[in-house]
Design a protein around this ligand. Sequence first.
Ligand SMILES: Cc1cc2nc3c(=O)[nH]c(=O)nc-3n(C[C@H](O)[C@H](O)[C@H](O)COP(=O)(O)OP(=O)(O)OC[C@H]3O[C@@H](n4cnc5c(N)ncnc54)[C@H](O)[C@@H]3O)c2cc1C
Length: 395
Amino acid sequence: MATAENVLKPDFGSKQRHFIFTDEHERLRESIRGFVEKELAPHADEWEETTFPDSVFRRMGELGFLGLSYPEEYGGQGGDYYCNLVLAEEMARSHSGGLAMGIAVHTDMATPPIFLFGTEEQKQRYLVPSIKGEKISSLGITEPDAGSDVAGIRTRAVRDGDEYVINGSKTYITNGHRSDFIVLVTKTDPDAGYDGFTLFLVDMDLPGVVREKKLEKLGMHASDTALLAFQDVRVPADAVLGEVGKGFYHIMWELQGERLIGAAGCVAGAQLCFERTLQYALERKAFGRQIGKFQVIRHKFAEMATKIESARQMVYTTAWRHQNGEYPVREISMAKLHAARIACEVADECIQIHGGAGYMKEYGVERVWRDMRLNRIGAGTDEIMLDVIGRSYGL
Ligand SMILES: Cc1cc2nc3c(=O)[nH]c(=O)nc-3n(C[C@H](O)[C@H](O)[C@H](O)COP(=O)(O)OP(=O)(O)OC[C@H]3O[C@@H](n4cnc5c(N)ncnc54)[C@H](O)[C@@H]3O)c2cc1C
């Protein structure tokens, strides 16, 4: 029976599992964590130099981690959306933002449109091997002259008999060098406004597909980021993904999943950076005591923990709405904006708490800081998130 004594004890040590997760999710979490800590994390430093190998996809395919929420008939695990959250959270333990991003592009950005909008033939040809890790995917929205302004893209697909001819260029494409195919956003009717866009599934070994160069970046070094050109690339008419003319709406739908999973990754990355720094603050001494015992530092941890928790609650509640069939664009935008911002703030504060050590590669905090910075830009910048939120109030 509950007594005043045990009821009133703070439960700082409890696991605090959120209500969206079940025992099954926790078992999945354990299994992914074991794999990430054993097979991925030990290579994090090496892959910063070389980018992570393609074999990670095959291994994760074998383990069933690339199709957690896809139906079993396509080789998936038949789980719910929360399984994808678990994957995104546990991938943060690889200590390699670039690796986590390369996998997330495959599982939560490029393949979801195939599952939702693809024909049965396209699912068999692209989704099934993607879930097995036998095909690697990328997603091509951004162009040298249009990023935030998706409607401003110039890549053209022109119908020619039973084929389309594609010309254009895409940049900052994650997995662009290694991918077997790309989900490509094109314009098929430049005069039709938002109704003039069409998605294509384009095999990357087709004549005219040029992987121009690997781009050098501030962070996410384990991922490959490509500038791509499409020069008179001929694809059959059945390479259209979804409906001709509906590509803009299809890709706006895709971006919601991309933003929410990115937000989950931000929270998990911030949490790990927090824990690592907490450990440091308990070990490092200055002026005869642990630095964490200075009130200023203690308050930094309190601020960080509160920010992380606020972002986590936003992600979980929004994921719950998503799982229950809603399309919460405003809340996804808020979660993405907030999680990306707090992750950058936390990483920055963690460097400060480490002092000079925070600036050194050895401690891994500077990498989190560099990797996290992308989240305020990729998948829609802070400014675009604010605009979506503001407009949702009729402004
Ligand atoms: C490492 C990395 C990986 C990426 N991976 C992919 C990928 O796999 N596939 C893909 O398609 N793209 C990818 N991107 C592209 C990314 O999504 C874009 O960089 C992002 O959407 C911003 O577009 P932009 O770079 O063209 O910036 P711009 O659109 O040129 O924006 C520049 C600045 O202007 C601001 N701005 C623009 N419009 C407005 C407005 N209306 N109101 C207020 N401010 C505005 C922006 O917020 C920003 O601060 C990646 C980018 C990076 C850096």
